[in-house]
Every structure is written in structure tokens, then in C-alpha cells.
Ligand binder design. Structure first.
Ligand code: SF4
Ligand code: SF4
Length: 219
């Protein structure tokens, strides 16, 4: 498809020309400027549109309940990333004052959000549930430096909550479903594992409850 064909598709989709507003409908954007009848409670409210509970948003690096970091610097996430946007360097733990359980920890950890396609393959590959995704999708940058998140931005704070950057629009619930249970490999489809917790505890959250059976989730 040439450039002109592409522009034609864009114009056809624009709401001024009767398009479906595809971006607004599927991106989980705000309803703030939504136009409609005054009886619609969302008209004029600065409210985000509800997102699917498995939406892949901004990442976090998780910690265990005792504060230790879950990342062991194995680089599997970087190896699997199709966009090549993760950079990890591991280092040996200090035996007296270790950063993570085991021998190694993530000494350098970076995600370049100018390249990330939020496929979640890094989350699937991680053996320790260290890297997971929140529901925050409302973040944009005015320079390249801000778009490259380092460990300082990604690692959850001492309260177990994601750090909030000035250019991020966090709202209640954006980090509620951020955990190992969100992985596709969680046993949600196998009745044998129904109600069984298959992930480790987290700083600030303790043990996340088991995923609801599919029949309940569909209600
Ligand atoms: S979500 Fe996908 S593209 Fe983004 S860092 Fe993870 S593996 Fe890479
Ligand atoms: S986030 Fe997970 S996969 Fe990536 S380096 Fe750390 S432990 Fe390994």
C-alpha cells in the first residue's frame, strides 16, 4: 500500500468523516473530551476508559516481600524481546548484603519505550516473575532520555508500588493487576489448578489471590 492509500485509510477512519474512531475505542484512552448526551455520566469527566484486565502497559520490576529484587540478571527477557529494546547486565551479589536471592542480580536494566511493542514476551520468559506489566498506557515523552526507562524508574518502591514519572497519568487501579498471574502461562485454563496460587509473594501485596475461574471472569 502506497503512502496515498495509507492517508486515505486514515481520513476514512477520522471521526470528522464518520469514521469509527478506532484509536479511541481500542487504546484505553480518556473519555474526557467525549461528546454525547448530557445524561451520559462519562461526558465531560476526566476518566479513563476501562481496559481489559490483561492489557500490557508500562512495565515494573518486582521485589519479594522482604524487599529483595526478583530480577537475577539472567537476560532471558532481553534475549526474547523481538524489538531488541531491553538491555540487561547481571552482576554477582554481595554475599553479605545481596540484592536478590541467589548468585546474581540485575545490575543494569533498561527498556527503550521508543521500540517496545508491549508484546509481553519478556514477561513470559522471566523465570522469577521479576518483570511484569501494569495497565498504564497513558505515557508519552518529549525527549529520548525520558523514553529509556532504567532500573531506577522500573523497580517498585519500598511500598511495592510503581514509581510515578511526571509524564505518566496514573489513576486508581492502573497497577492493581500487575503480577505474575497475568502471564499467559498461568494455569487459568486448567481446572486442576483452579484456586491454586502459582506465583511468589510481592513486596507491598503479599500473596496475590488466585485468578478467578473462567466462568466467573466471564460474568
Ligand atoms: S513487551 Fe515485548 S517488545 Fe516490550 S520489552 Fe517486553 S519483549 Fe520487548
Ligand atoms: S527480568 Fe527476569 S528474565 Fe529479565 S534479566 Fe531479570 S530475571 Fe532474567
Amino acid at each position: 500500500m502506497g503512502y496515498l492509500d495509507g492517508f486515505a485509510v486514515t481520513i476514512r477512519q477520522h471521526r470528522l468523516f464518520g469514521g469509527k474512531q478506532v484509536t479511541t475505542e481500542y487504546s484505553g484512552g480518556r473519555a474526557a473530551k467525549r461528546k454525547g448526551h448530557a445524561s451520559d455520566p462519562d461526558v465531560g469527566n476526566d476518566k479513563k476508559i476501562d481496559k481489559p484486565e490483561r492489557l500490557h502497559g508500562r512495565h515494573v520490576l518486582n521485589r519479594y516481600e522482604d524487599g529483595m529484587e526478583k530480577c537475577i540478571g539472567c537476560e532471558l527477557c532481553a534475549g526474547v524481546c523481538p524489538a531488541k529494546c531491553i538491555y540487561v547486565r547481571g552482576a554477582d551479589n554481595d554475599p553479605v548484603n545481596p540484592t536478590s536471592p541467589g548468585e546474581r542480580f540485575g545490575f543494569v536494566y533498561e527498556i527503550n519505550y521508543l521500540r517496545c511493542i508491549h508484546c509481553d514476551l519478556c514477561v513470559e520468559a522471566c523465570p522469577t516473575e521479576a518483570i511484569t506489566e501494569t495497565k498504564l498506557f497513558e505515557f508519552s515523552f518529549t525527549n529520548r532520555q525520558d523514553a529509556i526507562y532504567t532500573k531506577k524508574e522500573l523497580l517498585v518502591g519500598d511500598d511495592g508500588q510503581p514509581k510515578h514519572m511526571p509524564w505518566e497519568d496514573w489513576r486508581d487501579g492502573d497497577d492493581k493487576l500487575t503480577s505474575g498471574w497475568m502471564r499467559a502461562t498461568s494455569p487459568s485454563g486448567d481446572a486442576t489448578f483452579q484456586g491454586v496460587v502459582g506465583w511468589s509473594n510481592e513486596l507491598g501485596h503479599g500473596e496475590r489471590p488466585p485468578e478467578a475461574p473462567q466462568a466467573e471472569a466471564d460474568q
